[in-house]
Ligand binder design. Structure first.
Ligand code: MN
Length: 235
């Protein structure tokens, strides 16, 4: 499982690390789950001049051709990634959140922004931008215009992040408990907060574990899950 790679032409080290991870570490795994923010931004599958995305599609496709199923869940940066690019890279798109049976343990996967309910402005924006009609309209805009929009949205988000208290940027504990109960799971895996950790707790005698995936800005990492359990590793 990986998340928050935020790949872009501006961060070649992260791209290099992830390509190495795909060629060596992920090779031979049953499945690779990418839980959102694979790209720093995504303006549409029709942006075919994106050479980084084209190279990555080839790598992912060859990984899946060798027997590793590749799954992709949208993040808040790449929510416009659609069937075209997913097909080109051999990835299966997943809804957020999604329950999977992970070696016998029902596990809830999510990008994680859903649980940051203290940031009410962001949650309103998320609801609006995820509406199919809004996305359809966005995709009708010329590519260059979409690129400019993405750039200003990133700048705005960075500015706002700088002014927000740190707690608001993390998940809300009640939203997390609600998710465990609503989906009847004892394990939750997500990214988005860039605060890699294992959070263990109990609810009515049940042991709960929440794994938070790291970002790939400085070093990168991933979560390995086997029937024996999960473990965070540095890439
Ligand atoms: Mn995110």
């Amino acid at each position: 499982m990986v998340a928050d790679l935020h790949l872009s032409e501006e961060r070649p080290e992260a791209t290099g690390r992830f390509f190495h991870f795909l060629d060596h570490t992920a090779k031979g795994a049953d499945a690779l789950y990418i839980l959102g923010d694979l790209f720093e931004y995504w303006i549409g599958d029709d942006d075919t001049h994106n050479s980084l995305a084209m190279q990555l599609a080839e790598k992912l496709k060859s990984l899946s051709a060798k027997g590793t199923s590749v799954f992709f869940m949208h993040g808040n940066r790449d929510f416009l990634l659609a069937k075209g690019y997913a097909g080109q890279s051999g990835m299966t798109l997943l809804a957020d959140p999604m329950i999977i049976n992970l070696h016998g343990t029902p596990t809830l996967l999510s990008h994680g922004d859903l649980f940051c309910t203290d940031d009410t402005r962001y949650q309103q924006y998320r609801k609006w931008i995820r509406r199919p009609a809004i996305q359809k309209m966005l995709l009708m805009l010329p590519l260059e215009f979409r690129r400019a929009l993405a750039g200003s949205a990133r700048m705005k988000s960075e500015r706002e992040k700088a002014g927000k208290p740190l707690e608001i940027m993390d998940v809300n504990p009640d939203a997390v408990i609600r998710a465990y109960r609503e989906y009847g799971v004892t394990r939750l895996i997500h990214g988005h907060t860039h605060r890699p950790a294992l959070h263990e707790s109990t609810d009515s005698g049940k042991k709960l574990e929440r794994w938070v995936l790291p970002d790939w800005f400085d070093c990168g990492g991933y979560l390995v899950c086997t029937s024996a359990g999960c473990q965070l590793e540095v890439a």
